[in-house]
Design a protein around this ligand. Structure first.
Ligand code: LLH
Ligand code: MG
Length: 386
């Protein structure tokens, strides 16, 4: 197969959002508002197209013109390693112009293109481990909304609701500034205890709390999670301090999982493995520079007998979970009592990850990543194209 890339373009378009992001980057309910999204399209000489939705500030005109097109156009659609090497060299001196997030989108679009060219879902191209996966309900961070996630009791009530909906596991994101005030260890512990009490023993629970606790604070929290029999303890400290994670993992029984946000892709995660900084590895299609380095990370974890859980929702992360057994879960969220996660935004014709009454999410059967994008809607709501 000698298809080569012919066109690379981005369409920025208006759409609706029903959640918003605070100044620290945490997502919360409402208000319904107009927003912009970007659609990256890569088309080959046979007319197949790979598409991925992203944030406009990671798919800018200057990136498309100065980096994406010069590297991609004329290249065989399957030569992702060659593409990655060229981007890597450009990134060395221009990491700000070409962040990992931007390259993640390019890599995801190349996988979607390969799937469409071969008329095959990407999760099968990645290894084809399973046609469905159990989902854990991943909550939004705590807030101050009455009836939302403002008290340990409200977390407990929401947990019962999620369990009744069929979820087999719940991950709490607890309170973080700036919305919910200063981090509060006691409040986090109370929420974890209230949720355990509400769902009962034998139900999977995980904690992803405030990310900048000190070592001693994280240890206090970890010991409570041991007592409450949590499945994992995620990102309680700055992930640049690998030594702190090693220190913590040695002292708590609850599996410590990471890293989520650390840059450096599979190479950074190799250091976490050899330094025993985690009990379960973590990677995502956005945090790790795309599907390709995330898949390398998952295979590396398998070699070391480690589980590797995938961070984040959406089609590229679902494909990763479908491609390997080292991940046990799909992260479905972020969920909140006031948010309808199943709402279909106007630029899609359906969501990629509906969950059934047993808490299972089916892998897409459509070719590519399986995202059902309404191209007519994108064209009708175009802001800019380059
Ligand atoms: O800090 C947050 O808002 C969450 O941690 C968020 O980034 C979420 O994507 C996450 O960590 N999931 O595991
Ligand atoms: Mg997390």
């Amino acid at each position: 197969m000698a298809s080569v890339i012919e066109h690379v373009s981005v369409q920025v378009f208006k759409t609706e959002a029903r959640t918003s992001v605070d100044s620290y980057g945490h997502r919360h309910p409402g208000p319904s508002a107009q927003t912009t999204q970007a659609l990256l399209s890569i088309t080959d000489s046979d007319g197949a197209t790979g598409r991925v939705l992203g944030k406009p500030n990671y798919l800018r005109r200057d990136q498309v013109e100065q980096h994406f097109r010069p590297v991609l156009v004329g290249t065989d659609i399957l030569m992702r390693e060659a593409v990655d090497t060229k981007f890597g060299i450009r990134q060395r001196t221009r990491a700000v112009e070409l962040p990992e997030h931007s390259l993640s989108y390019v890599d995801q679009a190349l996988w979607d293109l390969a799937g469409n060219a071969f008329d095959t879902p990407v999760w099968k191209l990645l290894g084809g481990a399973r046609s469905e996966v159990k989902a854990y309900a991943s909550t939004m961070c705590g807030d101050t909304l009455e009836g939302g996630l403002s008290t340990p009791e409200e977390y407990a009530a929401f947990a019962v609701d999620l369990k009744n909906r069929g979820y087999r596991g719940i991950k709490l994101h607890t309170w973080m500034p700036p919305i919910a005030g200063a981090p509060d260890l006691t409040r986090d512990i109370d929420a974890c205890a209230a949720v355990r009490d509400a769902v009962g023993d034998g139900f999977s629970l995980m904690l992803d709390g405030y990310h900048w606790y000190s070592r001693t604070e994280a240890l206090t929290l970890g010991r409570e999670l041991d007592r409450l029999k949590f499945d994992w303890f995620e990102e309680p400290m700055d992930e640049f301090s690998l030594r702190s994670y090693k220190w913590l993992a040695e002292q708590v029984a609850t599996p410590v999982i990471g890293p989520e946000t650390v840059p450096g892709r599979h190479r950074a995660r190799a250091e976490w493995i050899v330094n025993d900084a985690c009990d379960i590895l973590r990677v995502g299609a956005m945090n790790g520079g795309g599907i390709t380095p995330a898949l390398k990370t998952m295979h590396m974890a398998e070699g070391f007998g480690l589980e590797c859980e995938v961070h984040g929702n959406g089609a590229p992360n679902l494909a990763l979970v479908g491609g390997s057994f080292v991940a046990h879960w799909y992260e479905r969220g972020l969920l909140h009592p006031f948010v309808d996660y199943d709402w279909v935004p106007p630029h899609l014709t359906s969501i990629v990850d509906p969950v059934d009454e047993h808490g299972m999410v089916a892998m897409p059967t459509a070719p590519g990543l399986g995202e059902q994008i309404d191209l007519d809607y994108v064209a009708a709501n175009l802001v800019e194209e380059y």
